[in-house]
Design a protein around this ligand. Structure first.
Ligand SMILES: *Cc1c(COP(=O)(O)O)cnc(C)c1O
Length: 425
């Protein structure tokens, strides 16, 4: 049996870990069947416990821009580990990574490191509230900002996959401060701002959404948000946990030409280790403890292992700035190839793409927001996912997730992938 050992490991895992996984989307609930267990990976390829090889299109959900076990990142981790993994006392490498990030990203003077994207978004909203003295935030249906309470209101990704966008355990008190708008719908934002005059601290969004498939913001929408925020003294929070250091050196701010007030990072900034960060102008960051009164802390924040990996990753990006163009071209090639096969086979589809993010939706109408993303044919998606898996292609196991290409994927890997799509359909 192709997945024999994975199946045994999953059964054992379920005895000791809820659902057998440490993050829900990994359990394959959205596509049925059982997850594969990974033994190791290198470059573009994953190898499971049964010895099957896969071309990996999730890249650990984004961080691995250059592929798995990338030499410079691994060397940095080994070198740091030999000198001690954490001290809870300042180290030079924290400043090295901060300086590099601040120089790469527009509109930020200072950055604070945390351990996950969830922490980054949670802390950024606290800072926005502390800075503005206002309580409410606007978020968009289908946008995911990690699993902290304020954001589990129509969150995308794993949270939707399970059909429980409003998780039990989130109190009414918390939920009432999170106002919900529709992506790419400026009118829905204007109505909320009008009805909550002077009460909104921030508008938070994925500047290119990746947790309801990949959804590109219209120019009117993203520019309109910036204007509303400036007019109403609301902070614009860009959750660049996915897009930061992936769409461009300066992330979505650079790629879209829009200035945000607070920017959150995760994924690529840690090079595959647990790192998140939030950043803003010095005047906003001055409100953060110990400089200011807004509290935020972390025992393992800025530990040398994580900082070393992040520094190696951002240094690689600076030394290979063509990586973004290469990835974009590979993703475009994949897009065209998949569209060609699906069209030829008469399968109704929409493909969304921005830079190295792409998603395939089995539906008739353009996918521009959460409702249109939720419209896809899930039976076709399941067949596609499992068919591709059998052909050695690892795609995100949910129609609400974007693919993340890594630069270790070659054109021959892409051609193999297209061949697999043809076989599946
Ligand atoms: C992954 C993700 C997060 C959460 O990051 P974690 O490290 O999983 O906590 C937040 N926002 C966006 C846009 C993400 O894609």
């Amino acid at each position: 049996m192709r997945y024999q050992r994975s199946s045994e490991l999953f059964a054992e895992a379920k005895k000791y870990i809820p659902g057998g996984v440490n993050s829900p989307v990994r359990a394959f609930k959205a596509v049925g069947g059982e997850p594969i267990f990974i033994k190791q990976a290198k470059g573009a390829y994953l190898y499971d416990e049964d010895g099957n090889q896969y071309i990996d299109y999730i890249s650990s959900w984004g961080p691995l821009l250059f592929g798995h076990a990338h030499g410079p990142v691994i060397n940095a981790v080994i070198e740091k580990a030999q000198k001690g993994t954490s001290f809870g006392i300042p180290t030079e490498v924290e400043t090295d990574l901060a300086k590099l990030a601040v120089n790469m990203v527009p509109n930020i003077d200072k950055i604070r490191f945390v351990n996950s994207g969830t922490e980054a978004c949670m802390s950024a909203v606290r800072l926005a509230r502390g800075y503005t003295g206002k309580d409410k935030i606007i978020k968009f249906a289908g946008c995911y900002h990690g699993h902290s309470d304020s954001f589990l209101i129509q969150a995308g990704s794993g949270a939707v996959t399970f059909g429980s966008p409003n998780s039990p355990g989130v109190t009414q008190g918390t939920a009432k401060d999170t106002l919900l708008a529709d992506y790419n719908n400026l009118e829905s934002v204007k109505a909320l701002v009008e009805a909550n005059k002077g009460e909104i601290a921030g508008i938070i969004l994925e500047p290119v959404a990746g947790n309801m498939g990949c959804i590109v913001p219209s120019e009117d929408f993203i520019k309109g948000l910036r204007e509303i925020c400036t007019q109403e003294e609301i902070l614009l929070l860009f959750d660049e946990v996915m897009t930061g250091f992936r769409l461009a050196k300066g992330g979505a701010q650079e790629a879209l030409g829009i200035d945000a007030d607070i920017v959150m990072f995760g994924k690529v900034i840690g090079g595959g280790l647990p790192v998140g960060a939030f950043a803003a102008r010095a005047e906003i960051m001055a409100h953060l403890a110990p400089e200011g009164p807004v509290y935020q802390a972390g025992t393992l924040s800025g530990n040398p292992l994580a900082m070393g990996a992040g520094l190696a990753m951002l240094t690689e990006i600076n030394q290979n700035p063509e990586v973004f163009d290469n990835l974009m071209q590979k993703t475009e090639y994949l897009h065209k190839g998949i569209a060609e096969v699906l069209t030829e086979k008469g399968i109704v589809h929409q493909i969304n793409r921005f830079g190295s993010m792409i998603s395939v939706h089995f539906c008739e109408h353009p996918v521009v927001d959460f409702a249109s993303s939720a419209n896809g044919n899930n039976d076709t998606f399941k067949k596609y996912f499992h068919g591709m898996l059998e052909q050695g292609i690892y795609l995100p196991p949910s129609a609400f997730e974007s693919y993340f290409l890594n630069d270790a994927i070659s054109y021959s890997d892409l051609a193999k992938t297209l061949e697999a799509v043809r076989k599946v359909f």
